[in-house]
Ligand binder design. Structure first.
Ligand SMILES: [Zn+2]
Length: 572
């Protein structure tokens, strides 16, 4: 019965898709009719492919599961299980299936693996004596057929509510691809919503928080949008545009991401963006796509319609002059935004622009600090601080500002202003800070921390503490001599645990973070599972522990090798 309903549903969607998908931007076509939906539920999304998330473009579809866990998850096509992952954050539990047609499907945040996979995972956890495992499998180990139940949906890892995260990847390149381009469409007759436009006066300078910008409110409906207070905008010199837009579909009220943004001037395309496919090592370039300083200040996502020169992500199919337009001909121009969802629903917004009369000579760029080039290795050194930013980590040239600030109480160095948080780093850079001589023998406990509380780690190297930092900001040296905290939740020394389903303890570490933990019962390693959201560590009794007296022992270490130990006798 469910299957019949499902076939009808699939037919309906494929007809629907053929009607509406003709006009969307894509570099190639993808095979349709192979993959089924991973759940038996009517497909509804809590998140779409390419949706804007903190520090990443969303890499798949988030299928809603009625705010519950435990729905059967099906293999979307024949194939073999190529990878099984258990991790503390991220997907929590994930299955990767490699299919014979060149694609790999990924299922994340699942609650439980099907029995054959659950056994493989558990055996590997006991073999490695670790909760977190990443198991690569050969094509001979676990084969699956389309429709097989491979797992039950969940809320594991860094998920913010029960759902199934689903991806389709190119097996050869590992690029992730919009699953809706494979015919796994979501019913959608609702065009995108546009809420604001941005105008950036670049004028030959690199983009930064100092770029003069203006945001204009937008209103409209049913695909037709206009400025809330209509005006003819006067512009001169090199201008970049931006837009704030979201999309809803017919099956849920979530504000998801749009599929494409196109910018035209006088009918000619100057810029396109489309969430078709991307490589994971480029996903941080979302911070080059959005107005990153504006997101930090106001928490809104303005999507820039011009491309920063250091962004390498494959989401910009077409652009002229990186989308930057020069206004200098004393004429009226017509700017048009065309925003689409993946079903092909369109929203448009038109602006009337009066161009300046004279060619504007760009401000000659005068950095007040040190000029860092986005495409070069950049170094900064004095007698207290060293830093190196390798090519590929800046999205644009940077006026790098350094300063020495007063020392904080308890610090083992002054605070150093290493530019500011408004310029994003793609991956990381190396930072060395010289500690005060009072640090004495504690160099192995030293870490570099930011004034916002982020610990970047630290190792002692030739008179400096070195860290690999992920953002700019104000940094200083601090010691971590405090061992991790262990709080037993349902166990106490001499306690009766004969009716308990599991042992629960909460673990945490204030500065450098928990590095490892190890639980033992009567001297034998046992599997302790660590929950990302609650930070609760648990051992589930599974019949291995006989009635009588036992000794439980837990050791926890932080990243600076401070150790805590908890022991208790209990009765089963
Ligand atoms: Zn997701």
């Amino acid at each position: 019965m469910i299957k019949k309903f499902f076939i009808a549903l699939t037919l309906f969607f494929s007809v629907y898709n053929n009607v509406f998908s003709q006009t969307i931007i894509q570099s190639r076509t993808y095979p349709k009719g192979y993959f089924r939906y991973p759940l038996d539920l009517v497909p509804a999304t809590a998140g779409t492919f390419g949706e804007l998330r903190p520090n990443h473009f969303h890499a798949g579809l988030d299928f809603k599961t009625n705010q519950r866990t435990g729905y059967p998850v099906h293999a979307v096509f024949d194939g073999y299980v190529s990878r099984l992952v258990v991790q503390f954050g991220g997907f929590g539990n994930a299955i990767y299936i490699t299919h014979p047609n060149g694609y790999t499907s990924v299922y994340g945040h699942i609650e439980r693996f099907a029995p054959a996979m659950a056994k493989l995972v558990r055996d590997e956890q006991y073999k490695q004596q670790k909760f977190e495992v990443d198991i690569k499998l050969s094509c001979l180990q676990v084969q699956v057929c389309k429709d097989d139940v491979i797992a039950w949906s969940g809320n594991a890892g860094s998920s913010q509510g029960p759902h199934l995260h689903f991806e389709l990847r190119d097996s050869a390149t590992e690029e992730t691809i919009n699953p809706q381009l494979f015919g796994l469409t979501i019913p959608d007759r609702v065009p995108p919503t546009i809420t604001a436009v941005g105008i950036y006066h670049l004028n030959g300078n690199p983009f930064s928080e100092k770029t003069p910008r203006r945001f204009l409110a937008v209103t409209g409906n049913s695909g037709k949008y206009h400025l809330k207070n209509p005006e003819i905008i006067t512009l001169s010199g090199a201008i970049g545009f931006g837009i704030a837009a979201t999309d809803m579909n017919s099956t849920s009220f979530n504000h998801n991401g749009v599929y494409s943004v196109e910018l035209k001037m006088d009918g000619e395309t100057v810029y396109t963006f489309a969430v078709e496919r991307f490589a994971f090592d480029q996903t941080h370039a979302i911070n080059a796509y959005i107005d990153y300083p504006e997101m930090l200040v106001s928490h809104r996502f303005i999507q820039k319609c011009f491309i920063l020169p250091g962004s390498k992500i494959s989401l910009y199919p077409q652009s002229v002059n990186r989308g930057i337009i020069n206004f200098n001909d004393n004429r009226l121009h017509h700017i048009e935004y065309i925003v689409k969802d993946v079903a092909g629903n369109v929203s448009t917004l038109n602006l009337a622009v009066k161009s300046a009369a004279e060619p504007v000579s760009p401000d000659s760029y005068k950095p007040s600090g040190v000029l860092f080039r986005y495409n070069q290795k950049n170094e900064f050194t004095n007698d207290k601080v060293k830093m190196t930013v390798m090519p590929g980590n800046l999205y644009d040239d940077l006026d790098f500002i350094y300063a020495e600030l007063p020392k904080k109480p308890g610090a083992f160095s002054a605070t150093y202003h290493i530019h500011n948080r408004f310029t994003p780093i793609h991956d990381c850079y190396d930072l060395w800070i010289k500690p005060d001589s009072t640090i004495g023998k504690y160099t192995d406990k030293a870490v570099i921390v930011s004034t916002t509380g982020i610990c970047e780690g630290g190792t002692y190297q030739d008179g400096y503490i070195k860290a690999t930092a992920r953002s700019f900001g104000d940094f200083y040296i601090k010691l971590d001599t405090i061992p991790p905290l262990i709080v037993p939740l349902n166990i106490r020394n001499g306690g009766n645990m004969s009716k308990a389903r599991a042992l629960y303890l909460k673990i945490s570490d204030g500065i450098s973070g928990v590095k490892s933990y190890e639980g033992k019962i009567d001297g034998k390693w046992v599997l302790m599972e660590w929950d990302y959201k609650t930070r609760v560590l648990s051992y589930t009794f599974n019949g291995d522990i006989a009635a009588g007296k036992h000794i439980f022992e837990l050791n926890v270490s932080d990243n600076k090798n401070n150790n805590s130990k908890y022991t208790a006798e209990f009765y089963r």
